[in-house]
Design a protein around this ligand. Structure first.
Ligand code: AMP
Length: 215
């Protein structure tokens, strides 16, 4: 499977990519995760990307495109890939097309995960990640006493860019720069859409994902 996931911040791209990866044995390429690892490890790339990320701005293409190229040239990618967070605008999508041509590969589909923006803002301000196993949780689902990971008991943390003011800015960036990709991929006949209702659990969304992709 060679898939791109599109969707506003907090729409569940990472979670759905995790489900797809487990079931269909392909690699999950999250540019946000790769960048956060560079920042944690204080690499030169991490230092260059850090300020943009903390402010909810896109990291410049010169950094992102080489980073994606490098990732897609690793051996495990022959199994297929799920792109999460890339491409982020039309320029990146054009660069991605070139990379795919060089690799002699084609996309199977681009899946838009559509969720109401007010629902997303509520979700993001409560989003926490487990430091130990990387699980993404909603604080409202975690019992009041422990506030630890439901799977492994690890410590939970809030991403730096999940504060409300930065979240609102990330939405603006999404609307202005990323959303035009919906029409772009629709024009190429690749777009599939899953509509997520407010009461959906991630497993409900996954059913919709599979249906939208004909899996
Ligand atoms: P994400 O984890 O996908 O929400 O990304 C978090 C942040 O990483 C974004 O707000 C951007 O600052 C940066 N980022 C991730 N992917 C990209 C990309 N493809 N192009 C530019 N910046 C990106």
């Amino acid at each position: 499977m060679r898939l791109v996931l599109l969707g506003a911040p907090g729409s569940g791209k990472g979670t759905q990519a995790g489900f797809l990866k487990a079931k269909y044995d392909c690699v999950h390429v999250s540019t946000g995760d790769i960048l956060r690892r560079h920042i944690r490890e204080k690499t030169e790339l991490g230092l260059r990307a850090e300020t943009f990320m903390h402010e909810g701005e896109l990291v410049p293409d010169v950094i992102i495109i080489d980073m994606v190229k490098e990732r897609l040239h690793k051996d495990d990618v022959v199994k297929g890939f799920i792109m999460d967070g890339f491409p982020r605008d039309i320029r990146q999508a054009e660069a991605f097309d070139k990379i795919l041509i060089e690799m002699n590969r084609q996309l199977d589909a681009v899946l838009l995960i559509k969720v109401d923006e007010n629902v997303l803002i509520g979700r993001l301000t409560n989003r926490r990640t487990c430091r130990a196993c990387g699980k993404i949780l909603n604080l409202l689902d975690v019992t009041a006493e422990t506030k630890n990971c439901l799977d492994c008991g690890g410590e939970l943390y809030q991403r730096d860019d999940d504060s409300e003011i930065v979240i609102r800015h990330r939405f603006e960036v999404y609307r202005e720069q990323t959303e035009p990709l919906v029409g772009w991929y629709e024009g190429k006949g690749l777009l599939r859409t899953v509509e997520v209702q407010e009461h959906y659990m991630p497993e409900d969304t996954f059913k919709g994902v599979k249906a939208a992709l004909g899996l």
